[in-house]
Design a protein around this ligand. Structure first.
Ligand code: MGD
Ligand code: MGD
Ligand code: SF4
Ligand code: MO
Length: 875
């Protein structure tokens, strides 16, 4: 039987009308089920809402495993084998204080999981791409599990014989980030990684879609991408400056930052909270005193304007800066910067021959004052910064004064770094926090993302995945795997940032630029709980071209396997689609929490797998069997045995848990607290080459001389990518200053993370869509000029594609900037093989990834996907 996924609706093909209707009945609001049920529960609500009565046979603990930064235990109420209600943790108090055990309340998404379990997009049976069709056409044949597993194992053996293990790639995927046995992230901690390591290894990747730029580039300044004061310390801050950080959307549960920052607001009402963001986020609406709208990708110009003002007005502590920093002052620059020379290949830009000596003044002071190497570039006054950032010079001065009238906490989200020049944004934000003396003090902070603390349980949260060493010793950036499908020979350290990787996952750099190379094309891709390939990566049309390259000796992928519960856009470019279980159909264990409360939850499958769905551990066991390594893979353990093993690791580590696994499982949720003092991020040793804060990074400077920013000829040599020793503003690819592109595409387009979804997960839940439909945020003035009214359909176009969605006309985004919440499902108007991948095909799903660019960022080789220029037309 050939089944077709229609262009506009992705309906699981084999779904019977009967079962669909049965579900529809369940999906209605206020489900009332009759029958002689043993239990009746007044679901205890923590608010004053009236209790709802419903009936159920069993209630078990499960959890929401998606990647929103939280991990929420969920109570699954089941009646006659059907989930009738999803509840959450409602034990504990709302006390936000040392020794307080509060509720791990889920967000509203978690509570909608009935619509995810019983969803008409569920994959029901194994599917194989129909012979002669292209990837992305969406035409599939149903096959048996036996045929699916045999086909996968046969192809794996064939590829291994021809290319070795370097040709296998485990795709980034976070739909099951929270799971421990059924884990999808980190890919190196998954069941499939265990399988592949027992079979010779696979090509790994470094870093991730979340922190692509900040992860490598903030350490250029201070050796550390993540440490900041624990968020509970914000009660001691005089000022709190949030750069592009929106926890009201991105950290929503009771165990996360939004709860904490709301508590901070209540307990520290005097603090001045400022949100610097192109859009007036829900966080800004909820807790801030001031919104500072800023052009995307220009925070480093704002920082320069602020530091110019502080420096020229004698408001910086010169002795402190001369002592602890490298590269700020002109007079000592040449000598200073010698300390910052990378000493070995654990640092980037290692200069083996010492040939890259600096003889001119590239100091930050020279940059600010327009002297030395920056002669003729003008002073970086607040007025200069205002013209770039859109923030008035007076506001820049006022904001700067907050940093020297502290303690001032600086927190950046990961929006500012997800730009084509995002590494400089990340470095600059941390730099102002540090230069103004706010690091290492209570109430201050480093300028990285907040530290959320918590009281961890020491149970294991992954099965052992390296029983054998991975035989592949090079890795690519998380963002550049597509290039290894098309032309792996173009990829080395100097072109595409290829690195060495050891058994522990530690990466290192080349002694001589160009010496670390890839050895094979990617021929096999494993996607588990991932919608990267047709959603969360970038430039969907270009992706479709690459996936459909012919399978030849040096290019073209041979097999893409997807294990997912839903027929996602990524499933529809796969050769084999395997129906995966939801988290509610398998046993697992999760941990989480924040501040003074931690939890561990032993999860029990609430219902049997629907249709022919199987847990990923079972799927990997079946493949391992065909490869002749089943016993090594399982060590005789079932999934539940591994859950028990995770619990036993906790017991062995001395956790106060029940004596038997049965008791642990029976109770399910455990929480604990302590009364620790909020942690203050204070480096004992700054992990830069100089051991000081490097305002000027010699590592970055060396890279600017060593690396080929055309990526071996794949990226135009147009000067719009730069590597700079200082974290300065330059006119970046499709950024504010890219006048040439702006002539056709006048609006800056970003894509914030929305409440409706976690990335693309929950994107198929009608309840959520009805509350917050996918809309393009546009300022009222801009909309008026375009003749667009609130709710009108618009077509948004970039150089790479077109998408249609309705407009949210609002004063809550600055003029000249629009935002399309990332994560909507790609839904092309046609899947005709003739036009597949054409820029002219209209996406009707409002999916921003049709518009974003795959051009890798200059240092990190990551995702600058918030840097786009677009035009808007009324549909
Ligand atoms: N509901 C929900 N929660 C989530 C997720 C989700 O998809 N949905 N995803 C989770 C994951 S995996 C991650 S990594 C995090 C993502 O967390 P973030 O990366 O912090 O989220 P973003 O929404 O991309 O960006 C945060 C803010 O930065 C702003 N911004 C964009 N560009 C700039 C800039 O150049 N300068 C400044 N100052 N601000 C800018 C955006 O307008 C946005 O309000 O969220 C997590 N939480
Ligand atoms: N333009 C743009 N793109 C972005 C971002 C951005 O800000 N802008 N953000 C990036 C970030 S920070 C991240 S982390 C990535 C996230 O990208 P992904 O990791 O791809 O995240 P999701 O889109 O949530 O996809 C998760 C997949 O897991 C599946 N899944 C969920 N639960 C289960 C389960 O229980 N079992 C199985 N088998 N499958 C399941 C879902 O159906 C979905 O297909 O996106 C990145 N992409
Ligand atoms: S989406 Fe995040 S906050 Fe919401 S229930 Fe799931 S884990 Fe919790
Ligand atoms: Mo992320």
């Amino acid at each position: 039987m050939v089944q077709e996924a229609a262009g506009s609706t992705l309906r699981s093909p084999g779904i019977s009308r009967r079962s669909f209707l049965a579900w529809s009945g369940l999906l209605g609001a206020g489900v009332a089920l009759s029958g002689c049920a043993p239990h009746v529960e007044d679901e205890k609500a923590s608010t004053e809402e009236p209790a709802t009565t419903f009936e159920y046979d069993t209630v078990t603990w499960s959890g929401c495993h998606v990647n929103c930064g939280s991990r929420c235990p969920l109570k699954m109420y089941v009646k006659d084998g059907t989930v009738v209600r999803v509840g959450n943790d409602n034990d504990g108090t709302d006390d936000f204080e040392p020794g307080g055990i509060y509720q791990m309340r889920s967000c509203v998404r978690g509570r909608t999981n009935r619509q995810r379990i019983y969803n008409d997009t569920r994959v029901q049976k194994p599917l194989k791409r129909a012979e002669g069709t292209k990837r992305g056409e969406g035409v599939y044949d149903e096959i048996s599990w036996e045929e699916a597993i045999q086909t996968i194992a046969d192809t794996m053996k064939e590829i291994k014989d021809e290319y070795g293990n370097d040709a296998f790639y485990i795709q980034y995927g976070t739909g099951q980030l929270g799971g421990s046995v059924a884990k999808s992230w980190h890919p190196d901690s998954t069941a499939f990684a265990r399988l592949m390591n027992l079979w010779g290894g696979y090509l790994r990747h470094y870093c991730d879609y979340s922190t692509g730029q900040i992860n490598w580039e903030l350490p250029l300044f201070n050796g550390d991408a993540y440490s900041n004061n624990e968020v509970t310390d914000l009660v001691n801050s005089k000022n709190i400056i949030l750069f592009g950080n929106n926890p009201a959307n991105t950290r929503m549960s009771g165990s996360a930052m939004q709860y904490l920052i709301t508590q901070v607001r209540l307990q520290n009402p005097e603090a001045k909270i400022v949100v610097v963001d192109p859009h007036l986020s829900d966080t800004a609406v909820g807790v801030a005193n001031q919104w500072v709208p800023i052009h995307p990708g220009t925070d480093m110009a704002l920082v320069a304007g602020m530091i110019h003002y502080l420096h020229t007005n004698g408001k910086l502590d010169e002795a402190f800066i001369r002592d602890k920093f490298v590269g700020f002052y002109s007079d000592t620059f040449i000598e200073d910067v010698k300390q910052a020379e990378p000493k070995d290949t654990t640092f980037m830009g290692f200069d083996k021959d010492g040939a890259l000596e600096i003889t001119e003044d590239l100091s930050y002071e020279a940059y600010l004052m327009g002297t030395g190497a920056y002669a003729g570039s003008g002073e970086k006054t607040p007025e200069w910064a205002a013209a770039i950032t859109g923030v008035s010079a007076d506001t820049i001065r006022e904001l700067a004064d907050l940093f020297v009238d502290g303690p001032t906490a600086t927190i950046q989200g990961w929006g500012p770094q997800r730009h084509s020049n995002g590494g400089n944004n990340a470095r600059a934000i941390a730099m102002i926090a540090t230069l103004t003396g706010n690091v290492g003090i209570s109430g201050g902070g480093t300028g990285a993302r907040e530290g959320t603390g918590g009281v961890p349980y020491k149970v294991a949260t992954a099965i052992p995945t390296f029983p054998e060493k991975n035989g592949v010793d090079v890795c690519v950036s998380f963002f550049d795997w597509y290039q290894a499908i098309e032309d792996y020979q173009s990829m080395n350290d100097a072109t595409w940032g290829v690195r060495h990787i050891d058994e522990t996952g530690t990466t290192s750099y080349a002694e001589t630029p160009g010496e670390i190379t890839l050895k094979a094309p990617i021929k096999f891709i494993w996607n588990y709980a991932s919608n990267v390939m047709m959603g969360q990566h970038a430039d969907i049309n270009e992706c479709l071209r690459i996936y459909n390259l012919p399978d030849e000796k040096d290019s073209g992928v041979r097999m893409i396997v997807t294990v997912d519960c839903y027929l996602t856009p990524t499933a529809l470019v796969s050769d084999i689609i395997l129906p995966g279980t939801t988290a509610f159909e398998e046993d697992d264990i999760i941990t989480g929490g924040s501040a003074w409360t931690g939890f561990v939850c032993c999860e029990t499958a609430a219902i049997d797998p629907l249709f022919e769905a199987k847990p990923v551990y079972e799927i990997c066991t079946l493949i391992a069997d065909k490869l002749g390594i089943k016993d090594d893979f399982t060590e005789g353990k079932s999934q539940l045995d591994w859950v028990q093993w995770c619990y036993e690791q906790g017991v062995e580590a001395g956790e106060d848990l029940p004596a038997t696994f049965e008791e642990f499982r029976e109770q399910g949720l455990f929480k604990k607290t302590d009364d620790h003092t909020p942690a203050i991020a204070k480096p004992e040793k700054i992990a830069t080459p100089s051991g000081k804060y490097e305002v000027f990074s010699k590592q970055a400077y060396n890279l600017s001389q060593q690396w080929d920013l055309t990526c071996g000829g794949y990226v135009p040599d147009d000067g719009r990518d730069q590597i700079t020793g200082l974290p300065i503003y330059y006119s970046n690819v499709e950024g504010f200053g890219d006048e040439e592109t702006k002539a056709t595409y006048p609006f800056q387009l970003i894509g914030h993370h929305t409440k409706t979804r976690t990335h693309s997960s929950y994107g198929n839940v009608e309840w959520l869509k009805s509350v917050a439909p996918q809309q393009c945020w546009i300022n009222e003035q801009d909309a008026a000029e375009l003749g667009v009214k609130n709710g009108d359909d618009v077509v948004v176009t970039t150089e790479r594609g077109r998408t249609q969605l309705s407009a949210k006309v609002t004063p809550r985004i600055m003029p000249g900037v629009v935002s399309i919440p990332q994560g909507a499902w790609y839904d092309p108007e046609t899947r005709d093989p003739e036009t597949l991948g054409s820029k002219d095909v209209l996406d009707k799903g409002g999916c921003i990834s049709v518009l974003t660019s795959m051009r890798p960022t200059p240092i990190s080789k990551g995702n600058g996907v918030h840097s786009n220029l677009c035009k808007i037309e009324k549909a």
